[in-house]
Design a protein around this ligand. Sequence first.
Ligand code: PLP
Length: 242
Amino acid sequence: MPDTSADRAAAVESRLMEVRERIANACAKAGRAPDEVSLIAVTKTYPASDVRILSRFGVTDVGENRDQEAAPKADECRDLPLTWHFVGQLQTNKARSVVRYADVVHSVDRVRLARSLGARARAEERAVRCLVQVDLDPGAIEGAVGPRGGADPRDVEEIAAAIDAEDGLSVGGVMAVAPLGGDPGAAFARLNSIAVSLRARYHQASMVSAGMSGDLESAVENGATHLRIGTALLGDRGPIVG
Ligand SMILES: *Cc1c(COP(=O)(O)O)cnc(C)c1O
């Protein structure tokens, strides 16, 4: 029997409380103030009704990774006081649609994408904060883009400069997905050091988007300012690729 909406709201509320407690505990352990770390609820594969529930319980930031799903969902939720984050790999031809609803794009990993986002943001009269997505997978082939996207760490400065050159865009910081397998701590520490050097040049580049349901403690310990949490809030998405 399907959940009633009251059941669903209660389940999401209790998961949200658990996640907030995990974040608070991780901050305490790392000696960080809880308000240094923001929660982005990743709502991919879940309906707009779940976004409404999260909003009702005080969530202000939501993330999506596919434009085809995100665009109609954001439209359905446009009455809610939400900041929308686009966190998925982004094709240049989706830039026009994404800038219409996304306040922050976490996945800028090439100069060409920065230029498209800039042109589209100006056309739509939107201001978009852009994070440079970094590929931290040490096993990746030299020069190749990893399966989860992201720029080679050596290209971060060039991509940030391309974002900064576009009216309508601002350099917001960096984002990464921990490499599969192994200890995410080393990867997150590396991301944080990239963030520190970027911030020396772009003072507004304060965001370090790192940490998901399985590794948020490690991300908090290593300087994350924004956690992207899906499963721990809304449940298993099942065998969906991407
Ligand atoms: C799905 C997704 C998340 C959330 O992952 P969970 O493990 O479900 O918390 C975070 N970041 C990106 C880029 C994602 O695609």
